[in-house]
Design a protein around this ligand. Structure first.
Ligand code: GDP
Length: 443
């Protein structure tokens, strides 16, 4: 999958940092050296990498990390924020003309996914309550017009075409008039692509630009080609002031370089990403979400932020004890359930944890008073040894516990299963927080 190797390398760097109780300047330097290599290997532009590492180092060494009681988490947080910044910071929205139609010109090399992206964009707009019109201006690639018509038919968006004998500039101009006449509020122009950038192509694109004065010029680039995508974007941008980039094929096996460096190199933001061949609404690009995806954190980062804001050192030390998987007993489980209930809806918390897919069954834990009472009864029917070593709970023990607590063996089984799941979750949690957990006052 996309970013796979980058993500796993970054995670191993951060894992090492979290393993340390105290982080020194040397640790930060070493970690940054590895992050640098990981980014270069992911095909991120080397100058971008250099600046990025310098910025992260500066923030990391300038007190934030060394002083923190959760140094590993602070570094992840810094890297995440800088990565988000690198990719544009906030979501770059589609422009809107003061007077409709908003004209969007799609450009790109052949095979980048321009026609597909045009249809996806049309679908996105249509789902947003708009009335887009597609214009077929690629008269050179055999079947390009047909392809657009088929896609338009699939999604129920009209396609303006004058065949392949009319000049694309004229087609664009007439398409604009047609959009106005028909009250369409967006015009999406699918232009021709070539295998390579050449002067004839650029000239035609400039003429179309001149003729329809687009509000958006979106360059469609294939993320799979890595650095080359960035080069392509730069050349297009120099010749045809782009307003945004559509990065396609992010569903594929891309190493990530293009997504990370294209904004920094060209100054042009990624506005959308393509995630498949199927015509689905084009996905807006969110730098922050992409950063957490690259870091492999899911929404863990927002959880970290929440935790950092809400947990004081004293409480964190207490939590640390609880989260140590090895010490986690059925008694802690009881307490934990009561605590989690105070934190807010359990399933919301779970959704923020990475790798939660496997633990979906945890969602079945309904924490209400009655259930807590039953859990309590079951736990109280266990011997101390059973509470500490749930592994020994064989069938006859379970039967005894069920009888003792006035529940059924199925109830007991369910609880043990939930306990195991919870324990696994705690383990994940404590890995996130480092083997020592957040550094509390008592260390
Ligand atoms: P164009 O020449 O730039 O108009 O490219 P097309 O839209 O015809 O797409 C070229 C090929 O890439 C087609 O086989 C598409 O199905 C495929 N494609 C386009 N976008 C994506 C994407 O986001 N993911 C994947 N996996 N394939 C894509």
């Amino acid at each position: 999958a996309a970013f796979e190797s980058l993500t796993s390398r970054l995670q191993s760097v951060f894992g090492k940092l979290r393993g340390k109780g105290k982080v020194t300047e040397d640790d930060v330097n070493e970690a940054m050296r590895e992050v640098r290599l990981a980014l270069l290997e992911a095909d991120v532009n080397f100058k971008v990498v250099k600046d990025f590492i310098a910025r992260v180092k500066e923030r990391a060494i300038g007190q934030e990390v060394v002083k923190s009681f959760t140094p590993g988490m602070v570094i992840i947080d810094i890297v995440n924020k800088e990565l988000t910044e690198l990719m544009g910071g906030t979501q770059a929205k589609l422009a809107k003309a003061a007077k409709p139609p908003t004209v969007i010109m799609m450009a790109g090399l052949q095979g980048a996914g321009k026609t597909t992206a045009s249809a996806k964009l049309a679908l996105m707009l249509q789902k947003g309550g708009h009335k887009p019109l597609l214009a077929a201006c690629d008269i050179y690639r055999p079947a390009a017009i047909k392809q657009l018509q088929v896609l338009g038919g699939q999604i129920g968006v009209p396609v303006f075409s004058l065949g392949d004998k009319v000049n694309p500039v004229d087609i664009a101009r007439q398409a604009l008039q047609h959009a106005k006449d028909e009250g369409r509020d967006y015009l999406i122009i699918d232009t021709a692509g070539r295998l390579h950038i050449d002067e004839a192509l650029m000239e035609e694109l400039r003429q179309i630009h001149e003729a329809v004065k687009p509000d958006e010029v979106l360059l469609v680039v294939d993320a799979m080609i890595g650095q080359e995508a960035v080069n392509v974007a730069q050349s297009f941008h120099e010749q045809l002031e782009l307003t945004g980039i559509v990065l396609t094929k992010l569903d594929g096996d891309t190493r990530g370089g293009a997504a990370i460096s294209v904004k920094a190199v060209t100054g042009c933001p990624i506005k959308f990403v393509g995630m498949g061949e199927k015509i689905e609404p084009l996905e807006p690009f969110h730098p922050d979400r992409m950063a957490s995806r690259i870091l492999g954190m899911g929404d863990m980062l927002s959880l970290i932020e929440k935790a950092q804001a809400a947990i004081d050192a004293e409480k964190a030390a207490e939590m640390e004890r609880k989260m140590r998987a090895a010490e986690f007993t059925f008694e802690d489980f009881l307490e934990q359930m009561a605590q989690v209930r105070k934190l807010g809806p359990l399933d919301q918390l779970l959704e923020m944890l990475p790798g939660m897919g496997k633990l979906k069954q945890l969602k079945d834990i309904q924490i209400d008073e009655r259930q807590l009472a039953r859990v309590e009864a079951i736990v109280k029917s266990m011997t101390t040894e059973e509470k500490r070593n749930p592994e020994i709970l064989n069938h006859s023990r379970r039967k005894r516990i069920a009888a003792g607590s006035g529940t059924t063996v199925a109830d007991v089984n369910r609880l043990i299963k939930q306990f195991d799941d919870m324990r696994r979750m705690m383990k994940q949690f404590s890995t996130m927080m480092g083997p020592k957990g957040p550094k509390g006052g008592k260390g």
